[in-house]
Design a protein around this ligand. Structure first.
Ligand code: 5GP
Ligand code: MG
Length: 188
């Protein structure tokens, strides 16, 4: 994979085979829990696209899929602190159990904001959260995930859906990214 000029790809944390076998286990847990419940999966785009595509094909339930676009990084490598919803209205979750999927739980702001909006506007029967990655760090908001692929240290990672300025989402593995220029560390 060719890197962009301002960054360098470092060590692989999870290769494709490791991710695949972890998804088998996550999908089995999710399938068992939602076996008798009307499930709607809410994928947070763009980051969870690859995770959602691979996970959902391992869940043999009559689920529905909805997507929500949310921005929180705005190009930098540290969370901006603000969560922007790119759609005005939410799908109707009345009578549905909702499983929110995101790529990574970092500060917790994004998933907290999504969950609060769901609970206040969309009246789901329940809300759970599944993430591929969870950073070991204090959260800015009180939120934990019910299903976690892997716990990782507090470093910036890319691949398997996770980007840096739009790059690297198509890497089949999760890797650590180091920025070369100091300006890159600033939030844009
Ligand atoms: P939070 O709101 O939990 O701070 O951040 C969640 C979002 O920030 C994630 O959905 C993801 O888009 C982005 N993010 C957080 N940490 C990383 C990271 O290490 N790498 C990448 N590429 N994105 C991250
Ligand atoms: Mg994201």
């Amino acid at each position: 994979m060719i890197t962009d000029p301002q960054s360098s790809l470092e060590r692989t944390l999870f290769d494709a085979a490791t991710i695949a076998s972890r998804l088998d286990a996550l999908a089995a847990d999710i399938t068992a829990f939602y076996a008798d419940k009307p499930l709607t999966v809410l994928a947070i785009l763009n980051g969870s696209l690859v995770f959602a595509a691979d996970l959902l094909r391992r869940i043999p339930l009559a689920l529905r899929l909805e997507c929500l676009s949310v921005a929180s990084y705005h190009g930098g490598t540290e969370s901006s602190g603000t969560v922007t919803f790119l759609q005005n209205s939410l799908p109707d979750f009345t009578g549905r159990h909702v499983l929110i999927l995101d790529d990574i739980l970092d500060s917790g702001r994004t998933l907290h904001a999504v969950r609060q909006r769901l609970l206040s506007e969309a009246a789901p029967l329940s809300v759970r959260v599944a993430v591929l990655l969870r950073k070991r760090k204090p959260r800015a908001q009180p939120l934990d995930a019910d299903y976690v692929g892997f716990d990782i240290d507090d470093t910036f990672v890319v691949g398997y859906g996770l980007d840096h300025q739009g790059h690297y989402r198509n890497l089949p593995e999760v890797r650590i990214l180091t920025c070369v220029t100091p300006a890159e560390k600033g939030v844009t």
